[in-house]
Design a protein around this ligand. Structure first.
Ligand code: DGJ
Length: 738
């Protein structure tokens, strides 16, 4: 967050001037291929928002002020217009609580694939500055916006509110889509019309930030949300820590959207020499409905945010639900052999492999003691890597390096490294012994970096790390921060976290790292520059996953969403879902397995082997393609359906899952989307279990027909009587026929 300010030259390159109300106004158009964001930034005047939407023509751009009734400042500050909500509130060095900003300069810089427009605001009286930054991507409709706050006042300034961005959204029949949930039920979609009052979407966990709510939203501007038509604005706050999104609907013509770090218990004392950079908010606009906005997020995510966003992922087996803490070399070898024989490419050893004085038998000890438990693994990690090589697959390992247990050698040695309120016993987390390390402390940062560095130095063959985090910050108190700066704890934890991640990424750029946090606690674009993917949820039940993955796909591409085939009955819901359905759901994300293969029958292994082989064929379309959501499970029509198309529209994968089962029910016929109407596509079913092929198996249809008429999918599977059950699902592969 700290950055040195480079002197920037005033430039009007991105702007145009026009006469407005007798004054020379300066309007700036920040553009992406299909969108324009127009601001008014007259030197010495107020920075104002004018327009955000479809790309404007030159003619319309010249007249934009005549049709805009938005008199909103683009970054509202507190003190000279007290009654409203604001983005920023500060206490100046002399105690003045008011701030009044005017435009000092505007500059533009061209970066690789993006143009950065910076509006420098200066307080009318104080040497206090805000740079409002807009980074517009040239190959995807995404604008990132954030602020950089600095000053030269005589003493430190206290920031009490510091949102990253503000956006007015014109009232009308505007609907909000957002995600909430809890552990094992992440990513639940809520869609609601915006009514007067304020909606606050927030996180205060301290460590993980996407279990109970998500820091991303979509606004459907044309009434109740539609997937493939209508105007949509999407926003994603890219931050790893506590956040607050506010949508205030007061008596004005605009809903007022604010997004940024959650300032509660986090006021920040800013010395003159430091610049406070707020995390960016990524804004997108699409007139192709919610799925259109999702495609923008996915493309931008893959190209600019996720680690290795354009490299398809390995198909893996993770040991957790297969053996839990019961790790030993023989067992790992057996699992590696099994996943290799099914065509998998990677094995990941989960929790339970470490601890010397305190072996990790369950979740009540050993975090912090990152040495192999030689009682379980006599040949150490080296032995496991040899086994993996023998089976021709890669090896990965689980760690939870931000944490310790009070039963650990680390805690015995460094009790001062944990977050804890002075004079008080710590509130403990998982296993009644877990504590969070103080990442504000550079020594702790070194320690956490070293956990990864030691593993990778000793075993450079490690290809994948599952980085877990299973506790909230329950105790306010840092031994490292001064007593005056205790309110920096949440922010400095995440500054420390990012520093560690940056060190790891600069030394180990090729390592694949999963962000796991008690399941889906770290699904946020703030994490993804350092992580390749996230674990969507600890709940692997295929039926519930349809709902969670549907919501999560609003903002994150399939390549980032780890989705594993697990056992039946499911370990979280105890529901018995047939393997075919479990496979068909897992195959719509980044496919993996989370199961003990030795408990599977040969027939089940065969089905998985075929699915893995087919997934390798469709993997580029699923992981790198464009999503079109077709029928929402949240509409409760008895079916859910989505598809991915390749960018060239020559291939597509269609998913259909029945979500309810009644005799003689009537399900809607699903029309496809995203195809080229003029192309012809041959259809083949993947993961077929039916005795008879589908009526349209191997047949060719035009894209136009498939998108206007759709296909009749049988409601049940034609299988032998003893194999019948209440689930049905289909995966269809479409290939262009020339
Ligand atoms: C929580 C994760 O979400 C699980 O996948 C597993 O890794 C456990 N932690 C291990 O303790």
């Amino acid at each position: 967050m700290k950055s040195m300010k480079a002197t920037r030259k005033i430039s009007l390159l991105a702007g145009f001037s026009l006469l407005a109300g007798g004054l020379w106004a300066q309007n700036f158009c920040i553009s992406t291929p299909g969108t324009s964001l127009v601001i008014n930034a007259p030197t010495g005047g107020e920075l104002k928002y004018l327009y955000y939407g479809n790309k404007l023509s030159e003619t319309d751009l010249q007249q934009i002020e005549a049709v805009s009734n938005c008199n909103h400042t683009a970054y509202p500050v507190y003190g000279m217009n007290c009654p409203g909500e604001v983005a920023l509130a500060v206490t100046h060095a002399d105690g003045n609580l008011s701030t009044q900003m005017e435009v000092a300069s505007v500059s533009t810089e061209t970066e690789k694939q993006a143009t950065l427009t910076t509006v420098r605001l200066k307080d009318k009286v104080y040497p206090f500055y805000i740079d409002v930054c807009y980074k517009a991507y040239q190959d995807v409709d995404m604008i990132e916006t954030w602020t950089e706050i600095s000053h030269q006042e005589k003493k430190a300034v206290r920031l009490t509110q510091f949102a990253s961005a503000y956006l007015p959204v014109r009232r009308g029949n505007v609907w909000l889509s957002h995600l909430s949930g809890s552990w094992a039920n992440e990513g639940q979609l809520t869609q609601e019309p915006l009514e007067p009052g304020m909606i606050v979407i927030k996180n205060k966990d301290g460590v993980r930030n996407s279990h109970t709510a998500h820091a991303e939203v979509m606004f459907s501007l044309d009434g109740s949300p539609r997937e493939n038509t209508g105007r949509v604005i999407g926003a994603a706050l890219c931050y790893t820590g506590n956040y607050k999104l506010r949508i205030d609907t007061d008596d004005s013509e605009y809903h007022q959207f604010y997004a940024g770090i959650n300032e509660e218990n986090s006021s920040y004392t800013l010395p003159g020499k430091e610049t406070f950079r707020t995390p960016s908010v990524a804004l997108t606009y699409s007139n192709e409905g919610l799925s259109g906005a999702s495609r923008n997020f996915h493309k931008w995510g893959r190209n600019y945010k996720l680690a290795h966003g354009n490299t398809v992922r390995d198909i893996l087996l993770n040991s957790w639900e297969g053996v839990y803490f019961d790790i030993n070399q023989e067992g790992m070898d057996q699992m590696m052999g099994d996943i290799a024989s099914m065509g998998g490419e990677l094995f990941v050893m989960d929790d339970g492999w470490f601890g010397d004085k305190y072996p990790r038998k369950d979740d009540s000890s050993s975090l912090g003691d990152w040495v192999t438990d030689s009682r379980k693994l006599s040949e150490g990690i080296g032995g496991l890597i040899k086994d993996a090589q023998k089976h021709g697959i890669k090896f990965g390992i689980w760690i939870e390096p931000e944490m310790a247990n009070t039963t650990s050698e680390l805690y015995e040695k460094h009790p001062e490294w944990i977050l804890k309120a002075p004079q008080r016993d710590p509130v403990l987390g998982r296993g009644d012994t877990q504590v969070v390390l103080d990442l504000a402390n550079p020594e702790v940062q070194d320690f956490v970096f070293k956990v990864v560095d030691d593993l990778m130095t000793q075993h450079p063959e490690i290809a994948y790390i599952k980085w877990d985090a299973n506790m909230a910050i329950m105790n306010h108190g840092s031994n490292y921060l001064t007593k005056d700066n205790q309110s920096h704890m949440y922010i400095d934890y995440h500054k420390g976290f990012e520093k560690i991640c940056q060190r790891i990424r600069s030394k180990y750029p090729d390592l694949v790292i999963q962000a796991c946090a008690s399941g889906g606690g770290r699904a946020n674009y703030g994490y993804l520059p350092y992580f390749d993917e996230f674990w969507v949820s600890d709940n692997t039940d295929a039926l519930q996953r349809i709902y969670m993955q549907w919501g999560t796909s609003y903002f994150f591409p399939a390549i980032a969403m780890a989705s594993h085939i697990s056992a039946a009955p499911n370990h979280q819901t105890f529901r018995t879902v047939p393997l075919k359905f479990r496979i068909d759901v897992a195959m719509s994300g980044r496919l993996g397995m989370e199961i003990q293969p030795k408990n599977m029958t040969d027939e089940e292994k065969d089905l998985c082997r075929k699915a893995i082989a087919d997934y390798k064929k469709i993997r580029p379309v699923v992981q790198l393609g464009d999503i079109y959501r077709l029928v929402s499970p949240y509409d409760r029509l008895g079916v859910a359906s989505l598809m991915y198309t390749s960018p060239e529209k020559d291939k597509a994968v269609f998913y259909w899952w029945k979500t309810e089962h009644f005799v003689n029910q009537h399900l809607p016929r699903v029309t496809l989307a995203g195809l080229d109407p003029d192309k012809k596509y041959r259809i083949s079913e993947l993961n077929r279990i039916d005795n008879q092929p589908l009526a349209f198996e191997g047949k060719t249809f035009s894209g136009a027909f498939l998108m206007e008429n759709g296909l009749e999918i049988p409601y049940t599977h034609r299988v032998d009587y003893h194999k019948q059950n209440d689930y049905a699902s289909r995966v269809l592969y479409l290939e262009e026929v020339k």
